[in-house]
Design a protein. Structure first.
Length: 240
């Protein structure tokens, strides 16, 4: 469970928990995080936010050897959080449906994304609008029964990259290309229209849960992945 410049720790966990766990997580949130949680219109969204932020604080508290409530964040221009005090720890978080993931490493910005695979009536329109022409064509060439998985496989790979850079959706998703075809391993084909720049990046598919696609991206040579899956969040509280 230790971090190094050669590994990445990836934690997956559910976005629901018992009331005592939610209350424990809520107690370590900063006032502005509690205020944000209170502004969600639906209770399940508020609970999901509390769980994700609380889990992030507990994990950072574990790796930084500090109280989860003492972790302070700063935010980039596009909203990407980072530690507000000097540290080589880098992290990123994502959630979709009933699954959340947090990735942590040292010395390199990383991006992680998970998406629940689901039918989309306007899939072709979305692919044409946001993907490279080659990616969109490859998605639509996949047999219909596997097309949604191919679409979200492409989407998570691209989302992981823009989360690593911190650019968010302000960065054109067509300015870089990833592999899509199911028989090909996850990798960047071009970044900023450069094959050489693509070689500087590493892309992984992550196996997280049935019915989900997930990916991880970072600008470095390949690092080893240490995967931790929590069936409930009481175990996370226990390790901190």
């Amino acid at each position: 469970m230790k971090l190094s410049e050669g590994n990445i720790c990836i934690w997956s966990f559910p976005t629901n928990a018992s009331r005592p766990v939610v209350a424990t997580f809520e107690r370590v949130l900063a006032p502005e995080e509690r205020d944000r949680a209170s502004r969600f219109l639906f209770r399940h969204l508020s609970t999901s936010f509390i769980i994700c932020r609380g889990a992030l604080r507990y994990l950072l508290g574990h790796y930084l050897n500090c109280n989860p409530a003492e972790v302070c964040f700063t935010y980039g221009l596009r909203g990407k959080p980072s530690l507000a005090f000097p540290s080589s720890v880098r992290f990123n978080m994502t959630h979709s449906g009933d699954v959340a993931m947090i990735a942590l490493t040292l010395g390199r910005e990383i991006g992680v994304d998970v998406e629940q695979i689901r039918p989309l009536s306007d899939m072709e329109r979305i692919a044409d609008r946001f993907f490279c022409p080659e990616e969109a064509s490859e998605v639509m060439a996949v047999p219909h029964v596997e097309r949604a998985r191919a679409f979200f496989r492409c989407w998570t790979r691209k989302e992981a990259y823009i989360k690593a850079t911190g650019d968010g959706l302000s960065a054109p998703l067509s300015s870089f290309r990833v592999t899509v075809r199911p028989e090909l391993p996850a990798r960047f084909v071009s970044v900023q229209h450069s094959a050489a720049e693509a070689e500087a990046w590493t892309l992984h598919d992550l196996q997280v849960a049935v019915g989900y696609a997930a990916a991880l991206a970072y600008r470095d040579q390949q690092r080893s992945l240490d995967m931790f899956s929590l069936a409930d969040l009481e175990g996370l509280i226990a390790i901190s």
